[in-house]
Design a protein around this ligand. Sequence first.
Ligand code: SF4
Length: 223
Amino acid sequence: MDILNILPRSLLAERLEALAYLYRRSDAAVAEFAERSGVACPAGCGSCCEGFVPDIVPLEAAYLAAYLAGADKPLAYSIAANGLEARSRDDGRVGCPLYADDNPYHCTVYEARPLICRMFAFSATRDKLGAPTFAVCRKGTSLGGVRSAKGDALIEAFGVEPPVMADLGSELASIEPESSGSRKPLPEAVREALSRVLFLVGMPDSEILDGGPDIRPTLPRAG
Ligand code: SF4
């Protein structure tokens, strides 16, 4: 689905385009790391989402909201009205409400999933001195069975450096700096974003206000 065509032209739509570009680059970095390192998840594993509810920034929530508004508008209105609830499992874990047991990716919004979900088992953190550190998920595998490495040893261990979550997170924050400190759990963030997005979806281009300046170029006056 073309998520970027769901919204009329607006400041939010431009920022979502920048976010889509960041997501494409993140996906490419993860794919390259997975291919070159051989790090892999077990087939059909969804355990990352089964015991985890991501905290996301408002812009990522708006991306998810635009996706939902395009994919299933009745569902989008229902979530805006009633909210989403984290999913409690029989084993006591509390997981993401957008998880599906019967979907091969286990994510009902896979195309629009947030940055952390794209990076889950394929990104490094930085230690106190700033050195990238990577460990294979306890359920994952790697070529040659290497489980972890740090700094300069990463290339020797995995053949390539993994993308660093904090670096991509900084890029994410720079797209909409004024809201980047307002991370919220996904259920709450998506519900709030849906109110904003569904309002915009119903507006023609010419009436966009969007809580910010209209950044469309001024058309030259006739005569
Ligand atoms: S949004 Fe999708 S990938 Fe992310 S935690 Fe929820 S189900 Fe998992």
